[in-house]
Design a protein around this ligand. Structure first.
Ligand SMILES: [Cu+2]
Length: 432
């Protein structure tokens, strides 16, 4: 295990170096895809402006979990980059011919399926299920150990998609061979679909990729021992490959070198003039159960599922509001959301209509500003500290299958994240 940990540290150095190079713009020509280095929100990896090519290496590594465990994983690493979990978020444009070269460094044949994409080619011929005799061995063409395969398809429908292994998915997807694919519509990158009502605030664009881990299956893969799938029993559930509280750390946080994607949703209050468009969340489920995700504070507006806008035959709007977002296995849901400052409480003109208890009778969470008013910092009693920076609000957002809010028994960790509501624009709050 000591060797594994030192590997992890080296990977982290490589990732940080990669981010530094990207920031300086020097690596744009050298890498087969470039990742946006923003700290919060969906961090797209993009290729050429049209018809991009991505190189993904199936490899192994380790991730950190909230209970302190280190977990052996498989993953798709960006060509030239280190192991990461989950795979890079591939963002392409509608109409692109997308090419994905898969190189396999794992000890068994692996593949990539692109659910929702039509007419996928493998090495230039239609992708086909593979078999040994009458037995199905893979749902699509594979790369043998040490080998490679090239997939291509035309991204003809905008929306959110999963890409994942089609080979022994009951093992390989659970080991981590998955990622997200975003197809941007011709309407532009601030739209989810080619519908005017799917416009969102580009700075408020998020991903919630839900997955699960049975540590005994991963241990068996690491040490090459058998695993009885009848005993499959997840103990960890993750968002974007992290469990809470790691889930709300920045993208590319140095202390999570192989888990680059956070899930904090940082937004501003809805305002018809200053902030008229909603935020957008792309929910994806690569697990084996339905995950009823529960964003508190405001219902989500479900505008698309499985890479298709919710609309009738002549474009009628069939979107609907939802309290819990019930993402089934293999599904993707596109959801927009707003946060309204309904009461507009103000310390001088519209105070909270309750008597604030004296300090000795209050409990302070680590994100409380000391003031109930948005955009104000209050005085905290001696000994209390806060992570709040400018009187912003934090609203929990979590998987509502509460038995899954755990990391192998450590309660209130796992698939939890926050919506962070900053004071109205324009403001001087330091941005995450
Ligand atoms: Cu809840």
């Amino acid at each position: 295990m000591r060797t594994s940990i030192s590997n992890r540290v080296r990977c982290g150095k490589a990732l940080r170096l990669g981010v530094a190079l990207l920031t300086s713009g020097l690596a744009l020509l050298a890498l087969p895809g470039t990742a946006q280095a923003q700290s919060v929100g969906i961090a797209c990896t993009t290729g050429a402006a049209s018809n991009p090519t991505f190189t993904l290496n199936a490899t192994d590594g380790y991730i950190q979990l909230p209970d302190g465990n280190i977990m052996y994983m498989w993953g798709y690493a960006l060509g030239g980059g280190a192991f990461q979990h989950p795979g890079p978020v591939l963002c392409v444009n509608e109409g692109d011919t997308v090419t994905v070269i898969l190189n396999n460094s794992l000890p068994e044949a692996v593949s990539i399926m692109f659910p929702g994409q039509e007419n996928v080619l493998a090495n230039g011929a239609p992708a086909q299920p593979q078999g040994v005799g009458a037995a199905l061995s893979s749902l699509t063409n594979v790369a043998a150990p040490g080998g490679s395969v090239t997939y291509s398809f035309v991204a003809s429908n905008p929306g959110s998609y999963i890409y994942e292994s089609g080979t022994l998915p009951q093992k390989q997807v659970r080991m981590g061979l998955f990622g997200a694919l975003v197809v941007r519509p011709t309407a532009g990158a601030s739209f989810v679909y080619n519908r005017a009502d799917s416009q969102f605030t580009p700075a408020e664009h998020f991903m919630v990729l839900l997955s699960e881990i049975d540590p005994y299956q991963h241990e068996a893969a690491e040490f090459g021992t058998p695993f009885n799938l009848n005993n499959y029993h997840p103990r960890y559930w993750l968002i974007n490959g992290r469990g809470f509280p790691d889930s709300i750390a920045d993208n590319f946080s140095p202390f999570l070198p192989d888990q680059p994607y956070g899930s904090l949703a940082a937004i501003h209050p809805f305002d018809t003039t200053a902030h008229p468009y909603p935020g957008a969340i792309r929910y994806l489920n690569v697990g084996s159960e339905e995950f009823p995700f529960h964003p508190h504070g405001q219902n989500g507006l479900v505008i698309g599922r499985d890479g298709r806008a919710l609309q009738g035959p002549i474009g009628q709007d069939l979107s609907f509001e939802k309290f819990a977002i019930n993402i089934g296995p293999g599904q993707t849901w596109d959801v927009t959301f707003k946060w309204y400052d309904a009461e507009r409480y103000n310390a001088s003109t519209n105070p909270v209509p309750v008597t604030i208890p004296q300090v000795n009778n209050q409990e302070f969470g680590m994100f409380y500003s000391g003031s109930p008013y948005l955009g104000q910092m209050g005085t905290l009693p001696p000994g209390a500290s806060t992570l709040n920076v400018c009187g912003e609000y934090y609203i929990i957002s979590h998987n509502h299958a509460l038995y899954q809010i755990t990391s192998w028994g450590v309660n209130m960790s796992g698939p939890i994240t926050y919506v962070r509501v900053d004071p109205p624009l324009p403001n001087s709050c330091p941005q995450p």
